[in-house]
Design a protein around this ligand. Structure first.
Ligand SMILES: Cc1cc2nc3c(=O)[nH]c(=O)nc-3n(C[C@H](O)[C@H](O)[C@H](O)COP(=O)(O)OP(=O)(O)OC[C@H]3O[C@@H](n4cnc5c(N)ncnc54)[C@H](O)[C@@H]3O)c2cc1C
Length: 500
């Protein structure tokens, strides 16, 4: 095959799209990435103002081995593209009434913390983390790096033996409650479910493996922010020959006889552009591609399918430039309400703006002072909320004030009068900037029936040469997960096109 038979058009320059593009270009295909925004990174892009550089989306760099494995395929390491630092503490947890604990970067330190939180807590944690490590190894070794095409791929012998050990049918909250009585200990072991777009009461117990990720492997930070990973992937992709077309909105994937033949787009000046293709890799929000870019006859998952999904949360985000040092904050800070189920209920059961939210605050200037002018703090506040909530200017203004008051109470520090730069980003922005279904930040939740083979397929069932990667597909939500998906989808495209 020569290059003109191996033209791959990637729709969307999210982490997953760029990683797959790099991989396919290395294999000799001619790859063009078409992105509607004027930057790469997708949810991992930046906003810059007044000398502040804000990561707009992800801020936790977890599972470093996934990145190492990915870059190794090119004979590279992440260090060739960005500099990583391990955070110490990994993060700080605030429980209200002025109580805060640092979660140390070393397992011995975490053990001591749990021993302080509840009787016999250290020994209980040892046992829990031993199981979490086992689950993690099984997940990485057996389940994450596999594309599931049919339910039989999923329910194979390994799944039936290892899956039971992973406790796929149990729920995380119940499993944690059986072992830990202190709510603070439980919250540290369960909060990461929000990263997966689900609640601890609905998340399968196998996701205990996330505690291996944050408590045993540690939390890292790439200097320059998580967008440094996006920039690194762009450079890697360009080194392999990938062409990027930014500010170019894909409006249609045209098909003939069940095959995509052309990706139609509007360029930066509004002019129509057509990209002929031998394969399309859609990294944009899956629901948008299916319901808006494809003709009804080519659509495998119509609106009624998406209406029935458990949609992952949207987010109320505030990017704040603060004109003073905030002494009480660490790099990553989590605030947990005593009764956090009330907050989860407003996300998954009775959608509403939460009155007493749990939230996350990052202050990357603690590690990377370059991200703000001297003497200032770069503060990012994230409140998970239900997708599809009413997000008007008035609601935002009121909620912003309320949220800043919450953060002030949490830290015991005055913040509002010192804010010199501010931007709010909410459900309507996720919908407008990324075409996100109902303004979701994270796609669909990781409930049992939206995991592995039950996630939307990586290959279209209607269009033979249309592939999907990104957080809606298996293995799911999060930067490391979409890097894994990139590897899987690249293999599918290679298989479909044959050697380049
Ligand atoms: C606020 C926030 C915090 C997060 N925190 C973390 C974290 O700390 N750690 C972590 O690992 N993960 C985190 N995540 C999740 C992680 O960011 C995502 O799972 C991941 O980045 C999604 O990547 P993706 O490849 O699916 O692409 P996306 O980032 O969804 O990118 C898709 C791209 O497609 C483009 N596109 C859409 N429609 C079109 C069109 N018609 N034409 C052209 N282009 C189009 C979009 O503009 C976008 O650039 C966070 C997410 C958010 C929103």
């Amino acid at each position: 095959m020569n290059k003109s038979d191996g033209r791959v058009v990637v729709v969307g320059a999210g982490i997953g799209g760029m990683a797959a593009a790099a991989r396919l270009a290395k294999d000799g295909f001619s790859v063009t990435v078409v992105e509607r925004n004027d930057q790469v990174g997708g949810r991992a892009r930046i906003w810059q103002k007044d000398g502040y550089v804000f990561d707009m989306g992800p801020s936790w760099y977890l599972m470093p081995e996934v990145f190492e494995r990915f870059f190794a395929q090119f004979g590279k390491t992440p260090a060739d593209y960005y500099e990583l630092k391990q955070l110490a503490p990994s993060y700080r947890v605030f429980f209200g009434n002025g109580e805060a604990h640092d979660v140390p970067p070393d397992p011995a330190g975490v053990r001591e913390l749990f021993a302080r939180l509840e009787p016999d807590g250290g020994a209980k944690l040892d046992r829990y983390l031993e199981e979490a490590a086992y689950k993690y190894q099984i997940a990485v070794g057996e389940f994450l790096y596999r594309d599931y095409r049919t339910v039989f791929d999923f329910l194979n012998g390994r799944m039936l033996t290892e899956g039971l050990k992973l406790n796929v049918l149990g729920k995380l909250d119940a499993a944690v409650r059986r072992r830990f009585s202190d709510r603070r200990a439980r919250q540290i072991l369960e909060y990461a479910m929000v990263f997966l777009g689900t609640s601890p009461t609905d998340a399968p117990a196998m996701y205990a493996l996330m505690s291996h990720v944050d408590l045993t492997q540690g939390v890292f930070y790439p200097l320059g922010g998580l967008s440094a990973v996006a920039q690194g992937l762009r450079r890697l992709a360009e080194e392999q020959g990938v062409e990027f077309r930014l500010s170019t909105e894909v409006v249609r994937i045209a098909t003939e006889n069940g095959r995509a033949v052309r990706v139609e787009a509007r360029g930066p000046d509004g002019a129509a552009i057509a990209f002929p293709c031998d394969a399309v890799l859609a990294n944009a929000d899956y629901a948008h591609v299916e319901t808006e870019l494809l003709a009804a006859a080519d659509c495998a998952y119509p609106r009624r399918y998406w209406e029935k999904r458990v949609v992952a949360p949207s987010m109320f985000l505030m990017y704040l430039g603060v004109k003073k040092r905030l002494e009480k904050l660490a790099h990553h800070n989590l605030y947990f309400q005593p009764d956090w189920n009330a907050h989860f209920d407003t996300i998954f059961k009775q959608p509403a703006w939460p009155d007493h939210p749990c939230f996350y605050v990052s202050c990357i200037t603690k590690t990377d002072p370059q991200m703000a002018p001297p003497g200032r703090e770069n503060v990012f506040v994230l409140v998970p909320i239900a997708a599809g909530l009413d997000d008007t200017d008035a609601v935002r203004a009121e909620y912003a004030e309320k949220t800043i008051r919450h953060v002030e109470r949490m830290t015991g520090e005055e913040i509002a009068p010192h804010i010199e730069t501010q931007r709010i980003f909410g459900p309507r922005d996720f919908a407008a900037d990324y075409h996100a279904w109902k303004g979701t930040a994270l796609g669909i939740s990781h409930t049992l029936f939206q995991t592995a083979v039950f996630r939307p397929a990586m290959r279209s069932r209607k269009v033979a040469n249309l592939h999907f990667a990104g957080q809606y597909t298996h293995p799911g939500v999060g930067v490391p997960m979409v890097m894994i998906a990139a590897e899987l989808v690249a293999a599918n495209v290679r298989q479909q096109l044959g050697p380049a």
